[in-house]
Unconditional design. Structure first.
Length: 238
């Protein structure tokens, strides 16, 4: 069930996206396209620190991983990291780009780049961030650190969402060209289908600081008052 834990936070966020999309791409609505993005994200490599050792590599359907040495960092796909973490067989290392200082720098660069340009981010930065933000052990129980990272993630998504909205307006008005260089997978999907609903949903989750319960049933990010939500930009007149 490698995708079950991952899907616990992202699937509810995507459940109503398809209905708000204006366009279908190759008969796929936003919901199905984002499902493809999620599947891709599961294959992204991430570092873990295993709590066990093996003499040989572990043979899985998607390849061999390891051998592992307890306490030594190893690279595995996200799906394997999430499953091993769920079984308490490893700890997941926070990617450098998801560290507080790096996110702060990204936000500053995104602001200075202006509306016409996107700064480079990980192709699946939204999916990976939400998967890890739902795991308190990734942050060693440091709720203050995780809260600050949540704030920077929210700011980054909002900054980039505003650029996408401006791009859609210009594109639909002039039928010209728009740069999609450095857009993430989810952002490109939203632009192609003319739906910003999923980005609004992600921002809303971050704004309320609430994520789905983790495997142990611990509820996260319940610091702000419920009911605080941004305007759904998929309903705005573009």
């Amino acid at each position: 069930s490698s995708g079950c834990h991952f899907g616990a936070w992202v699937l509810p966020a995507m459940s109503s996206v398809g209905r708000s999309a204006v366009l279908d791409i190759n008969t796929k609505n936003t919901n199905r396209l984002l499902g493809d993005d999620r599947f891709e994200a599961l294959g992204e490599d991430i570092f873990i620190v295993p709590k066990f050792s093996t003499e040989q590599a572990i043979d899985c359907i998607k390849g061999k991983f390891g051998p592992f040495r307890s306490g030594s960092a190893a690279k595995v796909p996200l799906w394997a990291a999430l499953e091993m973490e769920r079984l308490q067989q490893c700890s997941i290392e926070l990617p450098k780009w998801l560290e507080e200082d790096e996110l702060k720098k990204l936000c500053e660069e995104e602001k200075s780049a202006g509306l016409g340009r996107f700064c480079k981010v990980e192709r699946h930065y939204i999916e990976i961030a939400f998967a890890l933000l739902s795991l308190p052990r990734v942050f060693g129980g440091d709720e203050k650190q995780r809260s600050r990272i949540v704030l920077y993630m929210r700011e980054l998504i909002e900054l980039r969402r505003d650029k996408i909205i401006a791009g859609i307006k210009d594109f639909d008005a002039s039928a010209g060209e728009i740069r999609v260089t450095h857009m993430s997978a989810a952002e490109i999907t939203c632009f192609r289908t003319r739906s910003l609903h999923v980005l609004d949903t992600f921002v809303s989750l971050l704004q309320n600081r609430r994520l789905e319960k983790d495997a142990e049933g611990v509820e996260e990010f319940d610091e702000e008052e419920p009911g605080t939500q941004n305007e759904d930009s998929s309903s705005r007149i573009l």
